[in-house]
Design a protein around this ligand. Structure first.
Ligand code: PGA
Length: 282
């Protein structure tokens, strides 16, 4: 077991962050997931993956051995990049979305069953770009969560508020509602498989990161909300990632927050060195 002390900027408070090792039952997984979005050709995807695997194997020291890296390429690159993972133990394969239907006449869609047949392990669900450009609702996202779990894959559920909502002071209630409507129908044993990613929309791709205080405040609220439904033990085990302009130069401060368990990374996940440096920031 490892204890670390966290001081806020004004040195007013401190927290103990507890990392439990894999022999113990309660464990919060540290995760850095790369969301490649609609970027990279086949050759670029191959190069990026090989570089990440190489740097990961050479440089992630004993301290970071327990950090999971999840690569989430566009669907079309899934089988190509999986073959490059070789025997690397801490790198996992993720997808960026799934269809909300099981199978059938839905031209252009990709089902949970198809992804699972390619050994996909994680699926990002409810990313704000899907909500905004493809009008995904909390209800549709709930269906996608169920389909993902039904094929033994693990959802990375995204939530996040607009700047307008934050300015009005409604951001905490908004996030709680996104979580309740898409996840609170799950059984305890299904909920335990979900990773949460808090991604304030105003910070995604804008270069504006939430401050560590803003991230910690929201992550603590999310954990409290989970505890109110699924109990404190499950809440304590849930990995809650921060996303939104997370880079090597700000990851350390954000990951030091007691309720932040890693990051969902967009732009910086397209640069092998930056992505691994973020994973080294715990
Ligand atoms: P960003 O994207 O790191 O480029 O802000 C994060 C995300 O959309 O998941």
């Amino acid at each position: 077991m490892e204890f670390s002390v966290f001081f806020n900027k004004k040195k007013e408070k401190f927290y103990f962050k507890i990392h439990l090792n894999s022999n113990q039952t309660i464990m919060r997984q540290k995760i850095v997931a790369g969301n490649w979005k609609m970027n990279l050709t086949k050759e670029e995807a191959q190069s990026l993956t090989s570089e990440i695997v190489g740097i990961n194997n050479d440089e992630l020291g004993t301290n970071q051995q327990d950090v999971k890296l999840i690569l989430c390429p566009p669907f079309i690159h899934i089988s190509t990049i999986k073959s490059l993972f070789k025997s690397t133990k801490n790198i996992y394969l993720g997808a960026q979305n799934i269809a909300s239907q099981d199978k059938g006449a839905y031209t252009g869609e990709i089902s949970a069953e198809m992804l699972s047949s390619y050994q996909v392990e994680y699926v990002i669900i409810g990313h704000s770009e899907r909500r905004q450009y493809f009008e995904e609702t909390n209800q549709e996202i709930a269906q996608k969560i169920d389909l993902t779990l039904s094929k033994n894959m693990l959802p990375i559920f995204c939530c996040g508020e607009t700047l307008e909502l934050r300015k009005k002071g409604n951001h905490i209630d908004f996030i709680k509602n996104q979580i309740s409507e898409s996840l609170f129908h799950l059984s305890n044993s299904d909920f335990e498989k979900v990773v949460i990613a808090y991604e304030p929309i105003w910070a995604i791709g804008t270069g504006k990161t939430a401050s560590s205080q803003q991230a910690q405040e929201m992550h603590a609220e999310i954990r409290k909300h989970i505890a109110s439904k699924f109990g404190q033990q499950i809440a304590d085990q849930t990995s809650i990632l921060y996303g939104g302009s997370c880079k090597p130069n700000n990851a350390k401060e954000i990951f030091a927050c007691p309720d932040v368990d890693g990051g969902l990374i967009g732009g910086a996940a397209l640069k092998s060195r930056d992505f691994v440096e973020i994973a080294k920031s715990f």
